[in-house]
Design a protein. Structure first.
Length: 326
C-alpha cells in the first residue's frame, strides 16, 4: 500500500515506534494468544472493560484502551469503543452478549486512534457510529494505522481490516434499544472526540479527552481545543466518568488531573526550546513531583516532544540560513 506523507507523519506520531521495531519473531506453531477480557459493573446495566496502563506492545495485544458495555432495555448491548483488533472486538461482543443476553446493537467509536477503533471490523458497518470527522480521519489514515499495528502486534491482528462507520453521530439526545444517551461532539485530543452521557447511570463516557492516573497522549492534539473541551466536561452534571485510559473516576479528579498535565506540558516544551535543548534533552527534562503517580509519564513526555517540538522550534528560533531582514 502506498502511504501519503501525511499518513506517515501521523503514524510516526501516533504509535510507539520503539515497539514497532520489535515485532514478534516468526513462529511455525499456531498462534495461541487470547485476550483476557473482563468487565466490572459500574452501574445498572453498565460495565467497564479496563485496558492495560501500558504502551501498545505485543505482550498486551494492544488492549490498552478502556471500553464500555451498556445494556438496552429492549434487549442487546451498546459498545463504546471496540479495541485494537478483530480478535479483541469478537471477544468484547461475546462478553456483551453474555452480560446482556442479546447481540450488539450499536458500536460508538470515540475517535480515530487504533487502540479504540480497529476492532470495528468485527461488526456490520450499519451499526458502527462515529462523528463525521472521525470517519473522514479513519478513511484517510486507518489503513496506515492498521499496517503499523500489524508490525507491532503480529498475530494478534490476524483478520483485522479497517471498517468505516456507517452511521454519523450528531450532537444531542439519542436512544438505542430504549437506552437514552446524549452525544457531545468535542475535539482537542483528536480532530473529533465523541463523548456520550448515559442518563440512567449518570455516567460520562469521555474517551481520550480524559486520562486518569496516566499521562495523556498527544499524537493529534490541539491543546487549546482540548482545554476548552475539558471545561465543557467539567460543567456536565455526572455521577462518574469513564476515561479513555485509567480507572473509573468517581470524585471528579480525572478532568483536573488531565488539565494540569496539559497546562504544564505546553510551557515546559516552549521553555525547553528557549533553553536550546534538543529533542533528546527535552524528553529527559524534570517532571514535577505532583505527577509522580501518573503511569507512563516519562514515556508520554518523550512522545509529546516528538509531536510538538519541530513546530515550536520553527516558531521560536530564527533561521540562520536566510538573509537578514530590515
Amino acid at each position: 500500500m502506498k502511504l501519503s506523507r501525511r499518513s506517515l507523519l501521523c503514524l510516526t506520531a501516533a504509535l510507539p515506534i520503539p515497539f514497532a521495531l520489535r515485532a514478534s519473531p516468526a513462529r511455525a506453531e499456531p498462534f495461541a494468544g487470547a485476550y483476557d477480557i473482563t468487565a466490572s459493573p459500574i452501574g445498572e446495566g453498565i460495565w467497564l472493560v479496563r485496558g492495560a496502563d501500558e504502551a501498545i506492545a505485543f505482550a498486551n495485544g494492544g488492549a490498552i484502551a478502556n471500553a464500555v458495555i451498556l445494556s438496552c432495555p429492549e434487549g442487546g448491548a451498546i459498545l463504546f469503543d471496540c479495541g485494537p483488533s478483530l480478535r479483541y472486538a469478537q471477544g468484547l461482543a461475546a462478553l456483551a452478549r453474555k452480560l446482556t443476553g442479546g447481540p450488539v446493537r450499536r458500536v460508538f467509536i470515540s475517535h480515530l486512534h487504533p487502540d479504540h477503533a480497529l476492532g470495528a471490523g468485527a461488526f456490520d458497518p450499519a451499526i458502527l457510529a462515529a462523528l463525521p470527522a472521525t470517519r473522514t480521519d479513519l478513511a484517510a489514515d486507518g489503513e496506515g494505522f492498521s499496517d503499523a499495528m500489524y508490525r507491532i502486534l503480529a498475530d494478534w491482528m490476524r483478520g483485522t481490516n479497517l471498517a468505516l462507520p456507517g452511521l454519523a453521530v450528531s450532537p444531542g439526545p439519542l436512544t438505542v434499544g430504549g437506552r437514552k444517551l446524549t452525544a457531545l461532539a468535542l475535539s482537542g485530543h483528536s480532530h473529533a472526540d465523541l463523548v456520550l452521557v448515559d442518563e440512567a447511570s449518570g455516567t460520562v463516557l469521555a474517551g481520550d479527552l480524559v486520562f486518569h492516573d496516566r499521562a495523556p497522549a498527544t499524537p493529534h492534539a490541539d491543546l487549546a481545543l482540548w482545554r476548552a473541551s475539558l471545561d465543557q466536561l467539567a460543567a456536565l452534571p455526572r455521577r462518574q466518568l469513564v476515561p479513555g485510559h485509567g480507572p473509573l473516576d468517581t470524585d471528579g479528579r480525572a478532568i483536573s488531573q488531565t488539565r494540569d498535565w496539559l497546562d504544564w506540558l505546553e510551557p515546559a516544551l516552549n521553555g525547553a526550546v528557549s533553553q536550546g535543548l534538543d529533542m533528546a534533552e527535552a524528553g529527559q527534562m524534570p517532571i514535577p513531583g505532583r505527577f509522580s503517580t501518573l503511569k507512563m509519564a516519562r514515556y508520554e513526555l518523550t512522545r509529546s516532544v516528538s509531536h510538538f517540538y519541530p513546530a515550536i522550534e520553527a516558531m521560536r528560533l530564527p533561521r540562520i540560513d536566510s538573509p537578514a531582514q530590515g
